[in-house]
Design a protein around this ligand. Structure first.
Ligand code: FAD
Length: 408
């Protein structure tokens, strides 16, 4: 049976960075990265942005070129699923019928796109946006002439896809169950701004609307039926309703966790010698008042990967990286820092009508997060305020003429 010092499950942002950080921190023993995905490690954010629009080819979204992995002797077993974990034997069962043993395991398996459960959910023409394969399939249909799209879910991925599809000349309807877009991640001011902007770009946005079923002709989608009794004709459906953490084999092995797998501040799971990082890892986040959360961001995956790699190398440092995220839609660049959950006040800086403004989130007068639209200066300066949990006067914060760096 093959043995590796470290086995990494998943080749996304977390898995790739874990291998990079191990080598950077002096790890010289064997590393194997096993991934269900058949491609070399690649960035996921462009999948709903420049890769979908065709502005960036696959080569430009690879995290590192092939020779990087071979030069550093990081073994890649791609197109291979980890089916079972035997934590006592430190052994994995893989989908190619092989078994490998490890000294340390890093679980960086992310999540699978959540699928619809209504009638018609399996029809052709229904897409998710999680992997290169998903997006290649979507692009093929667009190239073949599909032009009427219904996007289910008004979160970041749904809205980014809507922006690209409008640019490509499609008719786009976005159906969102909540009464505002981005409800899970942002305050009402930002939601309102994005809803207005999308509508101005020609997106037909239906809020407080749920999907009842999907209809097809043969095996191809023809319409989405909503709970308000409407039939929206379409030839393509994109489902952007979140992810299901990919932790089945770990939980089956006995790891603690419910929404993802639980990890401590060093990214250790409850099973000996098994770490978990990225989208699938539920952790107490210091920027969320130590609430146990999962973060779905490149920042979180890469910083957790570094924490895990350092812990494996004997340099234990608790995970306390400041959360940040970005989203590109049309000519809008949103940058967020901190975590807004639990805020009790928001302050608007600037004028949304000019498409350049920030929303500052406060808890007990302390800055906990910022959403900055086309406002990198606020993002950069606000980051320090979030890190310091700065206590500031809301009236002063509301004045865009006063730079944030001058407020401390
Ligand atoms: C379309 C899209 C746009 C995004 N845009 C942004 C953005 O603008 N900004 C931002 O910060 N974040 C963005 N994100 C989120 C970000 O990409 C994720 O948070 C990040 O990829 C998480 O990294 P990860 O390593 O935890 O998981 P992933 O990148 O999902 O990698 C998980 C890997 O594990 C593999 N795998 C799963 N189960 C198994 C198994 N049992 N055996 C073997 N392999 C397995 C998968 O195939 C995959 O390769 C976006 C995500 C998507 C999908």
């Amino acid at each position: 049976m093959e043995h590796y010092d470290v086995v990494i499950v998943g080749s996304g942002h977390g898995g790739a960075q874990a291998a990079i950080a191990l080598r950077q921190n002096g790890h010289e023993d064997t590393i194997l990265m096993v991934s269900r995905d058949r491609n070399l490690p690649y960035e996921r954010p462009p999948l709903s942005k420049e890769y979908l629009s065709g502005e960036k080819p696959f080569e430009r979204i690879q995290i590192r070129p092939e020779k990087f992995w071979s030069e550093r002797q990081v073994g890649l077993r791609l197109g291979c699923n980890v089916n079972e974990v035997d934590w006592m034997a430190h052994e994995l069962a893989l989908s190619d019928d092989s078994r490998v043993t490890y000294r340390k395991l890093i679980w960086a398996a992310g999540g699978d796109a959540r699928r619809l459960s209504c009638s018609g959910a399996d029809l052709g023409g229904i897409h998710t946006v999680r992997s290169r394969r998903d997006v290649d399939a979507l692009k093929m249909e667009l190239l073949a002439g599909s032009k009427r799209a219904v996007i289910i879910g008004g979160g970041y991925i749904g809205l980014e896809a809507a922006a690209v599809l409008r640019k490509l000349g499609c008719d786009v309807t976005v159906v969102e169950m909540e009464d505002r877009v981005l409800a899970r991640v942002a305050g009402p001011a930002l939601s309102e701004f994005y809803a207005t902007y999308h509508r101005a770009q020609g997106v037909d946005l239906r809020l407080s609307t749920a999907v009842e079923r999907i209809e097809g002709d043969g095996d191809k989608v023809t319409a989405v039926l909503t709970d308000s009794g409407e039939t929206i004709a379409c030839d393509i459906v994109i489902v952007g309703i979140g992810i299901v953490p990919s932790v089945g084999p770990l939980i089956a092995a006995g790891a603690a966790g419910s929404n993802g797998v639980d990890v401590d501040q060093y990214t250790r799971t409850s099973l000996d010698d098994i770490y978990a990082i990225g989208d699938c890892a539920a952790h107490a986040n210091p920027y969320a008042d130590n609430k146990v959360i999962r973060l779905e961001s490149v920042q979180n995956a890469t910083d957790m990967a570094t924490t895990a790699a350092k812990a494996i190398m004997g340099d234990k440092q608790a995970y306390d990286a400041v959360p940040w995220f970005w989203s590109n839609q049309y000519d809008l660049r949103l940058q967020t820092v901190g975590i807004s959950i639990g805020h009790d006040q928001t302050v608007l800086r600037g004028d949304p009508a000019e498409a350049k403004f920030s929303v500052v989130y406060l808890r007990e007068n302390r800055v906990v997060a910022l959403d900055c639209v086309n406002n990198t200066k606020d993002y950069v300066q606000g980051r320090k305020l979030v890190m310091e949990r700065a206590e500031l006067d809301p009236d002063l914060l509301a004045d865009p003429g006063v730079p944030l760096k001058e407020m401390r």
